[in-house]
Design a protein around this ligand. Structure first.
Ligand code: GRF
Length: 317
């Protein structure tokens, strides 16, 4: 399976970006850095990324509406085939459309032990509160600032006499450990295409006389000697989408599904005209029971009568 392609968004120094980049060069790392983008052309991290041979994009956000600027960044991420986004000191609030587009595939590092101290001045606030520890958190990005599910944290002791600066410097050391490792494990883990394929495969092959066969380089599932009822699709059209494609009753049902939930369902290129539907698996909140129901239903449409009749009888018990 191809490595995940991470787009890193920065606004300044970019030391976390550098940590992610150097980790990506270690053997076995499941991701590569496909793009470093900044909302400030002077961001020092850009020069480092360029010197390391990473594609960069810089554009000052000033004078642009938030959604328009985010649209530019989104277009660059897509153009470079990014499958995931890592925010690394990106000092911009994101528009809801952008957050939604990358839901389940975008992470951030925040210099506090979330849910404590969201927002700015985290270290000063932790010291002022007399906390024993500060620290850092890596979390999924949702519409609410610094609020998404926490993937991992690292506490850092606050020393007597610490200032916001001295504490920040030590927390930064922890950040550089935490971020690459968390991104590595997260991408390699349940959220990765391998793991998603394993889940789909288990459910598809549990159906009567179901078999797996590569079809145009994509794992496909068909009924023995018969038609396909599902395809697993990962970044198939350079769209960074991981999904399962299943049959619907036709284009009308397909259209109504997309209308009902355009974040979950989409019309797959090529197969779309025949009423197949794409179900997104890469949004971080996959309802596997729902996927299983779809697979069973699609199987029914592809299976010969002899098998569906048996299935009907079995279902009655
Ligand atoms: C880090 O402290 C990070 O936690 C916060 O912004 C800072 C960015 O530093 N979100 P750098 O640009 O990665 O060096």
């Amino acid at each position: 399976m191809a490595r995940a392609r991470v787009g890193v968004l920065i606004s300044g120094r970019g030391s976390n970006m550098a940590a992610l980049l150097y980790a990506s060069r270690l053997e076995g790392c499941p991701y590569e850095i496909a793009l470093v983008a900044a909302n400030d052309p002077q961001a020092p991290g850009l020069a480092l990324a360029a010197a390391e041979g990473v594609t960069t994009f810089a554009r000052c956000h000033k004078g642009l509406k938030r959604a328009d600027f985010d649209g530019l960044i989104d277009a660059e991420l897509r153009r470079h085939g990014c499958t995931h986004v890592a925010l690394a000191g990106y000092m911009r609030l994101l528009s809801p459309g952008f957050v939604d587009r990358w839901a389940g595939r975008m992470v951030n590092i925040h210099p506090s032990l979330l849910p404590a101290y969201k927002g700015l001045d985290t270290h000063a606030r932790a010291i002022a509160a007399g906390d024993g520890h500060g620290g850092c958190s890596v979390h999924l990005v949702t519409a609410e600032l610094d609020d998404g599910p926490v993937l991992a944290q690292c506490p850092v002791a606050i020393l007597p006499g610490d200032t916001a600066e001295t504490l920040a410097a030590r927390v930064l050391i922890a950040e550089h450990q935490l971020y690459p490792r968390t991104l590595w494990e997260w991408i390699a883990g349940a959220n990765g295409p391998e793991a998603l394929l394993t889940e789909v495969r288990a459910r598809a092959l549990a159906l009567p006389e179901a078999r797996e066969k590569l079809s145009h380089g994509t794992p496909g599932f068909h009924v023995e000697g018969g038609k396909f009822f599902a395809y697993f699709s990962h970044d198939r059209h350079g769209d960074a989408i991981t999904s399962v494609l299943v049959r619907t009753s036709g284009v009308e049902e397909q259209a109504s599904l997309i209308e009902r939930d355009a974040n979950l369902y989409y019309r797959p290129p090529y197969l779309g005209p025949s009423g197949w539907i794409g179900i997104r698996l890469d949004r971080g909140d996959t309802d596997w029971e729902h996927v299983g129901d779809w697979l069973a239903r699609s199987w029914r449409m592809a299976a010969p009568k002899r098998l569906t009749r048996l299935r009907d009888i079995a279902d009655r018990f």
